[in-house]
Design a binder for this molecule. Structure first.
Ligand code: SF4
Length: 427
């Protein structure tokens, strides 16, 4: 890491741990990221909350000792990134102890607290001293009106901005998570402007998956996804932070397409990498970036009750850490193995030349069709092989394909009016 990157990245890491090699993890053997849902308790009422956040804790949450045993098991994978999420992890009184434990056994630990009065400069200081490598904070609008409307609690925007500044003042690396939906899609350009002022290491842009409180009608259109991907790529060229997508691996397809087009325009060629240009910012705090993480493929989620899911957005259990070996479930369960196998993908994802680096959001496909291996409906790309199969009469046209598989799918709604859309999980 050069000093200039640290300067432009804003926060100065306290002591940067050894950098993980982006290519040294075999995702069939070990995840790059393990996310533990510490609790579903939270004082916010976010309209898209995956976890149905509610004020009180569940008595069946993993105990302190169980959480430590979970971290011991995770450590046998190597040194994955271990993320404490929620709900709001600060609703657990043992959270600083658990961060300290994870750090002591050699895990790289990060946390996603909620923007509520529980997050104070004092608790941020305690977490930093306990060894937290990065604080990941949700910010969904460039103004209080947009963000607080999304999060359901007035004052959350101001608290969030104060939390980011307090973390920076302590030298704690920060990441911002933004959920893109119909409710803030028009605010995206203003959010891009705001991000450059905040001194963050990584901007993780989430694309709504209709699970928990989120509804299919909250999802922006495939064309709006594409505009946001292109805006993210443009920003990545100059931003003093890294940018990644979550629940939208199609962004990696856009990166490759844009880089190829740039090479053709310049008359050059060289190996292409489907990451943004500046992974250096994510290396500054030792966290780094994976080459391309998808559900069950470099990624595993453990629920507050210990259920082992491919993702927090795909609540399909392959076991429980109370009764199953997490390592065995990750490596050998039929669900996890199938999700890592691009040859099992269906529809246009199954014929796509980008399926190796993309594969579509398995969570969104599952939420909308009930089949985790179905094609991602929210991608504009039509693979040449699929178009040829349609021309030969061997595959359905894309609109007909999704009309038959996604309840409520409407071919016009797919393009410009999502208000008429009623999907599989809509209540
Ligand atoms: S068709 Fe599927 S695999 Fe191909 S780019 Fe789109 S989402 Fe990814």
């Amino acid at each position: 890491m050069t000093s200039s990157l640290l300067e432009t990245g804003g926060a100065t890491p306290r002591t940067a741990p050894a950098r993980p090699n982006l290519n040294d993890v075999d995702f069939s053997r070990a995840p790059f990221v393990v996310i533990w849902e510490t609790t579903q308790a939270c004082d916010l009422a976010c309209r898209h909350c995956r976890a149905y956040g509610r004020p009180r804790r569940d008595a069946r949450e993993l105990t302190t000792d169980e959480a430590k045993r979970l971290m011991d098991t995770v450590r046998t994978f190597g040194r994955p990134l271990f993320i404490f999420t929620g709900g709001d992890p600060l609703k657990r009184p043992d959270i600083v102890e658990l961060v300290s434990y994870g750090n002591a056994i050699g895990l790289r630990v990060a946390m996603t607290p909620s923007g509520t009065p529980l997050i104070t400069p004092e608790i941020i200081g305690q977490l930093a001293n306990a060894g937290l490598a990065r604080l990941a904070i949700s910010l969904d609008g460039s103004t209080a009106a947009v963000h607080d409307g999304f999060r359901g609690v007035p004052g959350s925007y101001d608290l969030t901005i104060r939390m980011i500044r307090a973390a920076r003042a302590l030298g704690l690396s920060t990441q911002i998570n933004t959920t893109v939906s119909n409710h803030n899609i028009e605010d995206f350009d203003a959010l891009c402007e705001l991000m450059t002022e905040l001194g963050i290491a990584l901007w993780s842009v989430f694309f709504v998956v209709p699970t928990g409180r989120a509804k299919p009608g909250d999802i922006a259109s495939p064309e709006q996804f594409e505009r946001v991907f292109n805006r993210m790529y443009d920003l990545s060229k100059t931003a003093p932070f890294d940018i990644k997508s979550t629940a939208a691996p199609q962004y990696r397809r856009v990166i490759l397409q844009r880089k190829r087009a740039e090479q053709e325009a310049a008359g050059t060629s060289s190996p292409l990498e489907p990451l943004t240009g500046g992974v250096g910012f994510s290396l500054a705090d030792g966290i780094g970036r994976a080459k391309g993480v998808n559900e069950a493929n470099g990624f595993v989620f453990v629920s507050h009750r210990g259920e082992i899911f491919p993702s927090g957005f795909m609540p399909v259990s392959a076991g429980n850490v109370r009764t199953h070996d997490l390592v065995d479930v990750y490596r050998n369960s039929a669900l996890f193995r199938s999700l890592r196998d691009p040859a099992q993908l269906k529809g246009k994802c199954g014929m796509c030349e980008f399926r190796g680096i993309c594969g579509g959001s398995r969570s969104r496909a599952y939420a909308l069709t009930g089949d985790p291996l179905e094609s991602e409906p929210f991608c504009v790309h039509v693979p040449a092989a699929y178009a040829e199969a349609v021309a030969r009469g061997e595959a359905e046209p894309v609109e007909e394909y999704f009309t038959r598989r996604v309840p409520g799918w409407h071919r016009d709604a797919r393009i410009d009016d999502r208000r008429t859309f009623t999907g599989a999980n809509e209540s």
